[in-house]
Design a protein around this ligand. Structure first.
Ligand code: SAM
Length: 355
């Protein structure tokens, strides 16, 4: 009986935290689409070709069913003791509203860039030469690319709206494969590295599960690292380095697990290989690499059309090549073995070991 009550309480608490979140971000997505249509009508007929595909696109029912499956998996992870009841740390209501205001204020700029095909505004006199050219782009047509504080403040809302409030639950799916290799070991002797850590959302969940394991976040964006530091100041044993994933400033075999979330689809194919090799290099023997990123073509055939539409509506210059990237071959070339892939709504979790 006590067990039943405790499970029920867990489920109620989980629903009470996740359902309003989903409603909040789905609602903003609806408003965003309305505003975008109104802006389109005001501007007259768009010269931009309409996004199109012959491949299947999931309808709303299917999307919501798959979102529900992701949240059931997230809850199962909590019930299995993989991680505690997650706290999304979205901030107070005024802070949430502030972030939404920033998000909506930027929509006209995104619309303008999309209509005009402008995606190189980040590459200017101030930034040129400071980062690789592939990095200095307005990914998703967002203002500031990865280079400004304003972009870093808007990012989490943008991603959650894009993913209907599932982004954090998707990130948490990386914790199960980490648990498989960390459980039962002395936390003081373990190290985790997150490459392309962005605003630090995954590291927050990692710390909720493993508060005593030292964690390191690397990202090429000073602004995003600053936001991550702010977001994660509640945790100790957490460090950040502003660095390029192509040249990680760490010793060979110094990390027990390495993660990288939503980054690989934004790297050109050649850079993807260099970064993967770096992740493999810094892993210890017996270490685990977990990548979380978009589904690829064929992973869920009913979604193939949606994957084709995405880079037609957003500036995602390397996404088409990502869709057919052979990560197993990449892993083999670096002496790593592919353990498994698991789909998580519109994303997938790829697990590799270094024998
Ligand atoms: C789509 S965001 C993902 C951020 C975060 N992992 C998340 O879960 O939202 C991609 C991140 O990768 C970083 N990034 C892209 N290329 C990089 C590179 N070569 N080296 C380091 N970071 C890079 C960007 O600065 C950005 O923060």
């Amino acid at each position: 009986m006590a067990d039943f009550i405790s499970r029920l309480a867990t489920r109620l608490a989980y629903g009470a935290s996740q359902l309003p979140r989903v409603a909040w971000y789905v609602g903003q997505g609806m408003v965003m689409r309305q505003l975008s249509e109104m802006a389109g009508r005001r501007a007259g007929r768009s010269t931009r070709p309409r996004a199109s595909t012959d491949a299947p696109v999931p309808d709303r029912r299917r999307l919501y069913a798959d979102m529900a499956m992701l949240f059931r998996q997230d809850l199962a992870n909590v019930e299995d003791g993989i991680y505690p009841m997650p706290v999304d740390h979205d901030g107070s209501l005024p802070r949430l509203l502030h972030r939404s205001r920033l998000f909506f204020e930027d929509l006209p700029n995104i619309h303008r860039r999309r209509e005009n095909g402008h995606h190189q505004e980040v590459l200017n006199e101030t930034t040129r030469g400071k980062r690789p050219a592939y990095y200095l782009q307005n990914f998703h047509f967002q203002s500031g690319g990865w280079m400004t504080q304003e972009s870093a403040q808007r990012y989490d809302t943008q991603v959650e709206v894009l993913l209907n409030g599932t982004a954090n639950a998707i990130r948490r799916q990386a914790l199960r494969p980490i648990h498989e290799v960390f459980a039962g070991r002395d936390p003081r002797r373990l190290r985790l590295l997150d490459v392309g850590c962005g605003t630090g959302r995954f590291l927050d969940f990692f710390k909720q599960a493993w508060p005593r394991i030292p964690a390191l976040g690397i990202d090429m964006s000073e602004a995003y690292i600053a936001e991550a530091r702010r977001h994660l100041k509640r945790w100790c044993w957490i460090k950040f380095i502003i660095a390029n994933g192509e040249c990680i400033p760490l010793k060979d075999q110094s990390q027990d697990a390495v993660t990288s979330i939503f980054m690989f689809h934004e790297l050109p194919p050649k850079v993807r290989r260099v970064v993967f090799r770096e992740l493999a290099r810094v892993l210890t023997r017996g270490g685990r690499l977990v990548l979380v990123d978009s589904l690829q073509r064929g992973d869920e055939p009913d979604y193939d059309g949606m994957l084709e539409l995405f880079p037609q509506s957003y500036h995602e210059p390397y996404y088409v090549s990502y869709l057919s990237e052979d990560f197993r071959a990449m892993a083999t070339a670096c002496g790593m073995t592919h353990v498994r892939d698991a789909n998580a709504f519109v994303s997938k979790v790829m697990v590799f070991d270094k024998p």
